[in-house]
Every structure is written in structure tokens, then in C-alpha cells.
Design a protein around this ligand. Structure first.
Ligand SMILES: Cc1ncc(COP(=O)(O)O)c(C=O)c1O
Length: 379
């Protein structure tokens, strides 16, 4: 006799049902099908619109014949190459299908129910979701009225002996960062067994800011346990290939993270592409320079429209909007003409609502011009 179907909610931990339904994931294919005459301009996911090195494309072509085999699950070649680029022993590196995958592993392996994680508001949404999924709690530090985050408030939040400090630097969506002295003060205020997760997905773009700190150096000097999350999605333009890595404070910590992971993760073509990308530093340099020039130009234009901007060190600008609903409205109107940007909740307001932010990726000059022209009519 057939059994009655079981309530799915009893098959997963109780925390899972309380998580928000994912709101991300733009269906570009569907949009293009419905709007065949519109050119889609993707400025909503902080992708790299300048594209990967030609060496990457060649490496993918050359390794097509390998896809019926499992990849090298030790990631030896990419670890050695990346270790060389970073000046880090390869044994301290972990690789996975994007920094996001490592982030999820960290949340699952390091957090216990009831643990506290200090982070920023607003920041990268999976921080809140995955913390909640394991029954831990985020203590969020909101930005101030001047659109800067207070290091003092962050120190106070971190001082209570929390399990993890998840510091996104440059922060997504605001692009903000703490300076060296501020970060040192935060480390000083924290317990010696608090894990610092430095999410440095955009760190390569931060070179324009003269006071942007070498965060790893500060944590090393203090002897604080940390992992710096990095990605090849942004500066190396490999978002679709899915590869990210973590720089661990100690090889033993890297070893522990690898123990509970899947046997195979980063794919064959991705590994070849990543190694090729590292072989073309000139290409990355050229991209960073082009993004930097365009970012300054876009910022100037936005400021001349009277827009308030966060001090972003990423490959994106972040516009402050007094109401979340207005941010969504602008996002939706831009989308109607094929321009995708990202409207997100900002900090909570005293009225129980939320401010908004618009995160807008720096694209190619032509795309940026189109975006600016539309934005001016909507803001
Ligand atoms: C702050 C931050 N961390 C991590 C990621 C994820 O990077 P990946 O593409 O390597 O998963 C992103 C992606 O946008 C991000 O903005």
C-alpha cells in the first residue's frame, strides 16, 4: 500500500523553513525571449564586462577532450600558481566552485546553533541566510548617516566573544571598507578564538583607495585566526566558470575545511581556465585600469546629478536611496529598457521600514553612458 506523502518541513531542520525564499537570479534568457529587440546590459551582479584573457578561451578549447574525466581534486596546479602569485604557501589555500561555496562550508562547519556572527548592514545577503540556516545569529552593524560604518560600533559588537566576524571588504553592496587602524582596533577588541572571515571578493579593485589596508597583514601580525575569501569571478572575469578560493591563516585549518567537503568540486575546464587566467597578469592589469577609469567617470557624473554615493572600493558604485521601495522601482524601470542593476534593502529606518541602495556595476563606456542617461530620468 502506498504511503502518504510526508510533510517536507519535517525532513529539514526547523530553521530552514524560516529562511526567505531566494529572490536572486535574473532570468536573462527569458527576458531576452520576451524582449527580442532589447540589448541586455548586465550591471546588476558585479560581473566583469571586459571579459577574460584570450589565453583562458584557448585553454578551454584545448581541454574540451577532458570533460569525461573527473578533475584533479587536489587542485595542485592552480594552488601552486595562485600560491606563487600571492606569496602564500599552497597548503594554506582551499578552492571550490566560487567563494560562495567556501562561505557555505564555513557556516556549516564553524557555526553552532546560538553562535553570534558580527557583520555589516547592508552586506552580502547569504551571510544572514546561511547564518540563520545553522541556527546562529548575526549582530549587524549599520552604517551611519554619513554613509560610513563606525569602527567603534563594530568593536563593541565584536567584543562580546563572538564565534565569527564576517567582514566583507570591500563590502557588497556598499563598497565600504575599514582603514588599517580601524581594522586593527576591531582585531584588538576581538577574542583570540574569533574566526575572521574576510570576504575580499573585490579586493583587486581596491588599489585606487590609498588608505585601503592589507587586511591579511594586519590579522597575521595580530595572530588572529582568519580566512580571506577570494574569487576569480570578478577581476579574472570567470564568474560563469565558478571558482573561488580561501587563504587560511594556517594549513591545518585549510586541511579541516577540506575534510568535510565533496570529493570533487572545481571542474576540469574551470581549472584549466583559472591556470590560464593567472598566466596573463597583463590582461588583469588592463582590466583593472579600465574599470578604475570608468568608475571615476561614472562617480563624477552621478555626483553631478546630486546622487549620494557610498565610498566604494569595488567594481561597482552604490547609490543611497531613502526608501527601499524607490530602489526597487528604479531597478524595475531600468529593467524595462534592458538595463539590469541591483536594488537592495539598506539599513532599517526608525519607522520600521528600510532605506534602499542601488548597486550598479561599472561596465564598458557605452553601457555606462546608457545607464547614466536612464538613471538621470529616474532618480
Ligand atoms: C562579497 C561577495 N562575496 C562572495 C561572492 C561570491 O563569489 P563567487 O562568484 O566566487 O561565488 C560575491 C559575488 O558577487 C560577493 O559579492
Amino acid at each position: 500500500m502506498a504511503k502518504n506523502f510526508t510533510d517536507p518541513n519535517i525532513l529539514v531542520r526547523a530553521e530552514i523553513a524560516t529562511l526567505p525564499t531566494p529572490g536572486f537570479g535574473v532570468k536573462y534568457d527569458e527576458f531576452q525571449r520576451d524582449n527580442p529587440d532589447l540589448e541586455i546590459i548586465r550591471l546588476g551582479s558585479n560581473e566583469n564586462l571586459y571579459g577574460p584573457s584570450p589565453l583562458v578561451l584557448k585553454a578551454i578549447e584545448d581541454s574540451i577532450g577532458e570533460i569525461n574525466f573527473y578533475p584533479d581534486n587536489t587542485c595542485t596546479e592552480i594552488s601552486e600558481k595562485m600560491g606563487h602569485v600571492l606569496g602564500v604557501d599552497p597548503s594554506r589555500l582551499v578552492f571550490d566552485c566560487g567563494a560562495e561555496s567556501i562561505m557555505l562550508t564555513l557556516m556549516n562547519l564553524c557555526l553552532r546553533p546560538g553562535d553570534k556572527v558580527v557583520s555589516l548592514i547592508p552586506s552580502f545577503p547569504p551571510i544572514y541566510t546561511w547564518t540563520a540556516a545553522v541556527g546562529a545569529e548575526v549582530i549587524g552593524v549599520e552604517h551611519e548617516d554619513d554613509l560610513l560604518f563606525s569602527a567603534d560600533k563594530f568593536c563593541d559588537a565584536a567584543a562580546g566573544g563572538v564565534r565569527m566576524v564576517y567582514l566583507c571588504m570591500p563590502n557588497n553592496p556598499t563598497g565600504s571598507y575599514f582603514t588599517g587602524p580601524e581594522l586593527s582596533a576591531i582585531v584588538e577588541a576581538s577574542s583570540s578564538d574569533t574566526l575572521f572571515v574576510l570576504d575580499e571578493a573585490y579586493v583587486e579593485f581596491s588599489r585606487d583607495k590609498s588608505n585601503y589596508p592589507n587586511a591579511i597583514q594586519i590579522l597575521e601580525a595580530a595572530g588572529q585566526p582568519y580566512i580571506s575569501l577570494r574569487t576569480m569571478s570578478k577581476a579574472y572575469a570567470l564568474a560563469g566558470m565558478r571558482i573561488g578560493y580561501g587563504i587560511c591563516y594556517h594549513e591545518e585549518f585549510a586541511g579541516l575545511l577540506k575534510r568535510a567537503n565533496t570529493v570533487f568540486n572545481v571542474g576540469v575546464l574551470t581549472l584549466r581556465a583559472a591556470v590560464a587566467a593567472l598566466s596573463d597578469p597583463q590582461h588583469v592589469k588592463k582590466t583593472l585600469s579600465a574599470v578604475s577609469d570608468e568608475k571615476s567617470r561614472v562617480e563624477k557624473e552621478m555626483l553631478s546629478m546630486g546622487i549620494r554615493l557610498f565610498n566604494s572600493a569595488g567594481n561597482f558604485n552604490c547609490v543611497w536611496v531613502s526608501e527601499f521601495s524607490q530602489a526597487l522601482d528604479i531597478q524595475n524601470k531600468m529593467q524595462q529598457v534592458g538595463i539590469f542593476i541591483k536594488g537592495q534593502k539598506g539599513r532599517p529606518t526608525k519607522q520600521g521600514d528600510f532605506e534602499g541602495v542601488l548597486r550598479i556595476t561599472v561596465g564598458t563606456p557605452a553601457y555606462n553612458d546608457k545607464m547614466l542617461k536612464e538613471l538621470e530620468t529616474l532618480i
